[in-house]
Design a protein around this ligand. Structure first.
Ligand code: ADP
Ligand code: MG
Length: 575
């Protein structure tokens, strides 16, 4: 194998040559403490940067087995190293020529601790995957600068970020312990009969709509749960922790405007993920299958059985196998609910701010004026009890405007000046004193056999121009799959662009492997992808080792597939 001096020699030799001469450095090089892999060399200084990896043998990296033996610790260790490596890249980047010359970069993680393909750990080595802009002046190779960057710059960067003894031990341990505690906390929810848990002392508000770090300042009110909902749970590292348990069943979060309702719900949405120390939501955990539901008019719907909520549309369209290119507020929200249930959501999270009113409620006066025969919609208020009792699906609903849900709620939490109070008994008393006068609509069963949807592989086409497969992400907004743009901007539980990239690749994996012949329905397909990535890691998504991917849930994969405008499903009967 070539070594560091060989690389230096080659780079010096191609100094001043045309940019394509950089192709000569593809391959691997032995450095004193690691191996450098140059996997892909960019075609010119303005193109997507080159892809590199450094692999440090475990004896050199020195991470003791207990730091990576368990899945959650390994994920947290990788996440920590990704942060350290990304930070060091940014500091070492030195824009010294045309285009991306001098760039060193790895994706910078946000507030969630997630499995990331940018760092790989195996019993024998630790690997970082990153990109570099190989330096050029105009389109000429700056070989000496490249040698300085790679041969001289990488060794200290690698030593400082991938070797145990050089890392801040306190912060590293806190990272691992925090993730392990959150994971353990979430795993205790079912046994404790909870849909979610918010520890006392948690900081829920964020700095801004575009800054996910915790709000700071004297006005920030730390979370403190009411006594009646107080739960104590035991954590592997931090010992016992007390806070508010949100029981399974139907929970309302009520209160005046600006009192912190949506902030609490947003924290619960993110509670399916673990958070970094200092985030404020480290011990806010939600059932891992919880899905945020909202109205999303304009989305496409493909063959969804929305009869539990909508029947007898004026245009006579089939709501057992409902299809539209342009959903309304209510049909989109109905489809969002049924698609979430289809792939196993056990908790639905709704905020009236983003819901379709007519799917949520129809009050007595409206029932009087518009008779049932003239109204296709059965509002959620008449379905949530069936959901909770028949299917064991819990609901957590933020409501400030309608008291009609008091009759169907198990728990009512009032947010008052950012402090939760248990007002369940009071809400029940109010419900008794002030009957709504409304008739329960269509209390009949859900349609007996839910229709199964089998996605058809040939309705997916990853080709674009001359490329057989073209898949990209546009921030948190869209998956670009072939020539299709899948709008994912309303999926509140996507938090990292790497998840969007990974979902794009996962759709392709699903198409190639699980949609044809396998006889899998939508749930079967997304869970097959989940099983594959759980077993083989995120590398199962690509044929090359790429540092671009971040772990995602089956729910968001299904949501993206369901929004692909070319998707066709075949219907089949449930068991
Ligand atoms: P609601 O949904 O009840 O109308 P929000 O959750 O949107 O209210 O909160 C209103 C404002 O209060 C937001 O700007 C939010 O950041 C802030 N806020 C929420 N919770 C807290 C808290 N615990 N301490 C300080 N400010 C908070
Ligand atoms: Mg709100």
């Amino acid at each position: 194998m070539l070594d560091r001096t060989d690389l230096q020699r080659i780079l010096h030799a191609i100094d001043g040559h045309g940019y394509p001469a950089y192709r000569d450095i593809r391959g691997s090089y032995r450095f004193a403490d690691f191996t450098l892999f140059v996997d892909h060399v960019q075609g010119d200084p303005f193109a997507a940067p080159s892809r590199l990896r450094v692999r440090v043998p475990m004896p050199t990296a020195g991470f003791p087995r207990e730091m990576w033996a368990s899945r959650i610790r390994c994920t947290a260790l990788r996440d920590f190293l990704a942060r350290a490596f990304a930070r060091a890249c940014r500091a070492a980047s030195d824009r010294l020529g045309s285009g991306k010359s001098g760039l060193l970069a790895m994706d910078v993680p946000g507030q969630e601790i997630l499995e990331r393909s940018s760092i790989a750990i195996e019993p024998d080595w630790v690997e970082a995957r990153f990109v570099a802009g190989l330096p050029a002046r105009g389109r000429r190779v700056l070989g000496r600068e490249a040698a300085a960057m790679l041969c001289d710059g990488l060794p200290p960067l690698v030593a400082e970020t991938l070797c145990h003894r050089r890392l801040d031990a306190g912060r590293l341990h806190a990272h691992l312990r925090t993730a392990e505690d959150a994971d353990a906390l979430r795993r205790q929810l079912p046994e404790a009969g909870l849909a979610a848990f918010v520890a006392d002392g948690a900081i829920l508000p964020r700095r801004s709509g575009v800054d996910d770090r915790p709000l700071q300042g004297p006005g920030v009110v730390p979370f403190r749960g009411p006594d009646s909902l107080r739960v104590e749970l035991a954590l592997p590292n931090a010992g016992r922790v007390a806070g508010m348990g949100i029981p399974r069943g139907i929970t309302l979060i009520v209160g005046g405007g600006y009192h912190g309702k949506s902030t609490l719900l947003a924290a619960l949405e993110r509670g399916v993920y673990d958070h970094v120390p200092g985030d404020g939501r480290e011990r806010v955990v939600t059932d891992p299958t919880a899905v945020k539901i909202r109205a999303e008019d304009g989305r496409r719907i493909e063959g969804v059985d929305i009869r539990p909520f909508i029947r007898n549309l004026p245009d006579n369209s089939d709501t057992r196998f409902f299809r539209t290119e342009n959903a309304s507020g209510s049909t989109s929200q109905a489809a969002n609910i049924l698609e979430a249930l289809e792939v196993g959501a056990r908790v639905l999270l709704l905020d009236e701010d983003t819901c379709a009113t007519n799917l949520m409620i129809r009050d007595a006066r409206m029932q009087e004026l518009v008779e049932k025969a003239g109204e296709p919609i059965t509002p959620l208020v008449d379905r949530v009890r069936q959901l909770a009792e028949r299917d064991g699906v819990s609901g957590i609903l933020v409501l400030g405007g309608s008291g009609d849900y008091f009759d169907v709620a198990d728990t009512v939490i009032r947010m008052h000046a950012y402090r939760p109070q248990d007002v369940t008994a009071r809400a029940k008393a109010v419900a008794e004193q002030h009957p709504t006068g409304r008739r329960v609509e269509d209390a009949g069963e859900w349609p007996a056999a839910r229709t199964r949807r089998y996605p058809l592989a040939d309705s997916l086409d990853p080709r674009k121009g001359r490329r057989d497969v073209s898949i990209r992400a546009r921030a948190l907004r869209a998956v670009l799959y072939g020539t299709e743009e899948i709008d994912v901007s309303f999926l509140a539980q996507l938090v990292d662009e790497g998840q969007v990239r990974a979902i794009g690749k996962a759709i392709e994996l699903a198409r190639r492997r699980f949609m044809t012949g396998a006889g899998l329905d939508m749930a079967g397909v997304v869970h097959a992808v989940a099983a594959e990535t759980a077993e083989k890691g995120l590398d199962a998504l690509d044929d090359r080792p790429i540092g671009d991917y971040v772990a995602f849930r089956p729910h968001e994969l299904a949501a993206a597939l369901n929004r692909l405008r070319t998707l066709r499903v075949k219907e089949g009967d449930g068991p």
